[in-house]
Write a protein that binds this ligand. Structure first.
Ligand SMILES: Nc1ncnc2c1ncn2[C@@H]1O[C@H](COP(=O)(O)OP(=O)(O)OP(=O)(O)O)[C@@H](O)[C@H]1O
Ligand SMILES: [Mg+2]
Length: 235
């Protein structure tokens, strides 16, 4: 990793009740990098993002963000430090309009994108700004879920399977958005099952199994190791 570390997770264990989901998880994301977590269903990818965001209380280990250990912090405090989470369920409010959804998360720091900038990045969201959340397609909801966290001033974006269940043309659009976010200096930790999509975007990939990292590949390792990666992801 060349960039200064933004996020560094080490020896992370996490539990749902009595059931341990993370077993010594560790990863690093440099400032301005796009890094993916790959792995089969139940590997612990979502749990890793939720732990970073402070949504899992029962855990041990360290989570350093911009040099500070945030492992004991509450989600609100972590959000205020500059981390934003876009969950797999997207969480668009059906009773609110697109613009109301967009304006919902509080601005926590300077440097977030303006509403105009966001609409320029997501022209289809701009067109639907007065539509109810319920009226959006799955792809539009996913775009809005990402758009919504860009205003806040967060610098690290945690994205959980943004392409899941979406048509190839929408997947491409999401790829283009993530590329533009990287150009703007955002740091992205991306959970993906769609490796072909992830491979084109990421600087590095972590393969997760049984709650920890079993392999790390840089973008330049990918071409020579496709079979190995496919084996990791095969059900
Ligand atoms: N709310 C929960 N309560 C109890 N166990 C859970 C809960 N959520 C997840 N788990 C368990 O924790 C482990 C890790 O799950 P996690 O959701 O992090 O996997 P994942 O890698 O995100 O999988 P997927 O690709 O299916 O989203 C699994 O064994 C799962 O069954
Ligand atoms: Mg998951």
């Amino acid at each position: 990793m060349n960039a200064a570390p933004s996020l560094k997770v080490a020896d992370l264990n996490a539990w749902y009740g009595e059931s341990q989901a993370l077993h010594g998880m560790g990863l690093e994301v440099g400032r301005g990098e796009v890094v993916t977590l790959l792995g089969r269903n139940g590997a612990g990818k979502t749990t890793t993002l939720r732990s970073i965001m402070g949504l899992l209380r029962r855990k041990t280990g360290t989570i350093r963000f911009e040099g500070e250990d945030i492992a004991g912090r509450l989600p609100e405090a972590i959000a205020r430090r500059g981390i934003a989470y876009c969950p797999e369920e997207r969480g668009i409010f059906a009773s609110l309009t697109v613009e109301e959804n967009l304006l919902l998360p509080p601005v926590i720091a300077e440097g977030g994108m303006s509403v105009d900038d966001i609409y320029a990045l997501f022209p289809n969201i701009a067109e639907r700004r007065t539509s109810q959340g319920t009226k959006l397609s799955g792809g539009e909801q996913q775009m809005l879920a990402i758009a919504r966290i860009l205003r806040t001033g967060a610098t690290l974006l945690l994205l959980d399977e943004p392409t899941e269940g979406l048509a190839p043309v929408i997947v491409q659009q999401i790829g283009a958005v993530i590329r533009k976010l990287k150009e703007r200096g955002f740091t992205v930790l991306l959970v993906e099952q769609n490796f072909r999509f992830a491979a084109k975007l990421a600087d590095r990939h972590y393969v997760v199994e049984h709650g920890h990292v079993i392999d790390t590949l840089s973008a330049s390792d990918v071409a020579a190791n496709l079979e190995r990666i496919q084996n990791y992801l095969k059900v």
